[in-house]
Design a protein around this ligand. Structure first.
Ligand SMILES: *[C@@H]1O[C@H](CO)[C@@H](O)[C@H](O)[C@H]1NC(C)=O
Ligand SMILES: *[C@@H]1O[C@H](CO)[C@@H](O)[C@H](O)[C@H]1NC(C)=O
Length: 452
């Protein structure tokens, strides 16, 4: 993550149009072997509390941008004692209550908005007593916006968002384990299809799967979600291995396969590219050279850029209701342009709708409230919007919208509050659709931009 004001200013100056910021970030995933020592020694020498403190201090020393841990059960406090990442999820408990999944970030608080923990539908006791704890996966929608730059980015560049998933799939190789694990990975893939449609995604965690074990369903992320495995891409020249290649611990080569994976895809509004992959084993050793965990930790670096044909604003409102995105459909259209807008509201914002010149219509929210419409001229573009949010039943949602066109005409619905966000399309761009979360009102909303 290399946010800098000078980069932003420089890119804003290029060609007179606002270019959104680009940058990079890196991730680490590590199974921290935190089951109670009495249950599971993990064949790791030394004291688990001491080893956990060492892991925490290594997390800080190497300053990874985002870390996913698994099996973070009974020595969680020791890791957090020595780690200094400013944003970290709270433990869901030790064995048998917790999931063992946590995320640590050196981004800002918005990093953890939309944080869900989902339990597996299927588990197997055949080996490893996987049903003992509610293992599963977590889902985090993360913003790349640095707080000190938010005012700039909102008005000039708008948001870059990536959905991050942590997981720990069923372990073991008995038939029931393989069945449970395949069901686990399919559950994540199905969840991504619903909750990350139109978004860039990074899945990093302990899949307990190998490409060389054909009963493992690890390929589901490629076939169903279009994810790329960073290790396959960067270390294996794009070829998924079919022959087993077990790793030493610490691993002496990047070529061998581990069950921990980092997979990703770009989205229609954000470009994402993996640039580096490595085992980090030699950075995570005890003072005497012994390993800290029975898993080799792995890292990957990514660069991100705003999309060239679609971009998006930041979100306003709260993460409630069902996720939607018009970006995938918009990505298939040539020169989309708004022909008319309809917004509905009364005490709050009920619905938003845009019809494009080719007849494509995107509608979100419900049919309540009073409708207000605006037809745009051929040379008139929808260029900006104000959203205001408030509380309804203790949840944040949108209360008001005012849309503005390139000729200064407006249409509005709902009631203003004191908590509003103005989104303006970058120069030469326009609003053509939406993404966010809705029910019969518009809980959360962002705008999709395309070139005029
Ligand atoms: C696994 O074992 C636990 C503890 O004995 C038991 O409660 C659970 O029902 C078992 N689950 C399955 C799927 O066999
Ligand atoms: C990966 O990212 C980290 C953190 O930004 C950086 O220190 C490291 O040099 C990067 N590695 C490579 C090979 O780009």
């Amino acid at each position: 993550m290399k946010y800098s004001l000078s980069n932003l200013a420089a890119s804003a100056a290029i060609a007179g149009t606002a270019l959104a910021a680009s940058g990079d970030f890196n991730v680490l995933t590590m199974n921290v072997a935190g089951l109670p020592a009495i249950l599971q020694g993990n064949d790791v020498p030394g004291d688990k509390t001491v080893n956990s403190k060492t892991m925490g201090s290594k997390f800080s020393e190497y300053n990874y941008d985002v870390i996913h841990v698994q099996e973070d059960f009974n020595y969680h406090a020791a890791i957090y004692e020595t780690d200094s990442h400013p944003y970290r999820t709270a433990t869901s408990g030790g064995v048998p209550f917790g999931s063992g999944l946590n995320s640590l970030s050196r981004g800002q608080t918005k990093y953890f908005f939309n944080y869900n923990r989902v339990k597996w539908n299927v588990c197997s006791n055949a080996s490893g007593a996987d049903c003992l704890t509610p293992k599963g996966f977590t889902f985090i929608r993360k913003t790349r916006t640095n707080p000190s730059l938010t005012p700039v980015r909102v008005q000039v560049d708008e948001g870059i968002f990536v959905d991050f998933y942590n997981l720990h799939a069923d372990a073991g190789t008995e038939p029931d384990d393989l069945t449970a694990r395949a069901a686990n990975l399919k559950q994540v893939a199905d969840y991504i299809d619903v909750n990350s449609v139109g978004n860039a995604v990074v899945v990093f965690g302990d899949t307990n799967s190998r490409y060389s074990r054909t009963a493992d369903a690890i390929r589901v992320f490629r076939t169903q979600n279009g994810l790329i495995d960073t290790w396959v891409e960067l270390i294996r020249n794009g070829v998924e291995p079919t022959a087993e290649s077990l790793c030493d611990n610490p691993s002496t080569t990047n070529y061998c396969e581990t069950v921990d994976k980092i997979l990703y895809r770009a989205g229609p509004t954000v470009d994402l590219k993996a640039t580096h992959w490595s085992y980090e084993s030699n950075k995570f050793l005890q003072a005497d050279g012994n390993v800290l965990s029975d898993h080799n930790p792995i890292t990957a670096n990514f660069t991100y850029n705003p999309g060239t044909t679609l971009r998006q604003s930041n979100f306003w409102g709260g993460p409630w209701g069902n996720w939607f995105s018009d970006a995938p459909k918009l990505a298939t259209l040539s020169k989309p342009k708004a022909a008319s807008l309809t917004v509905r509201g009364a005490d709050r914002l009920d619905g938003v709708s845009v019809q494009l010149t080719d007849g494509t219509t995107f509608s979100h929210g419900g049919s309540g409230g009073t409708a207000a419409s605006l037809s745009l001229a051929a040379n008139e573009f929808w260029t900006g919007a104000v959203l205001c949010q408030g509380q309804k039943d203790s949840h944040t949602r949108n209360f008001y919208i005012k849309a503005t066109t390139s000729t200064g005409r407006t249409v509005e619905a709902g009631k203003t509050t004191s908590d509003c966000l103005t989104s303006t399309a970058p120069a030469g761009w326009q609003i053509v659709g939406f993404m966010g979360q809705d029910g019969d009102e518009v809980d959360q909303l962002a705008f999709v931009y395309a070139p005029q």
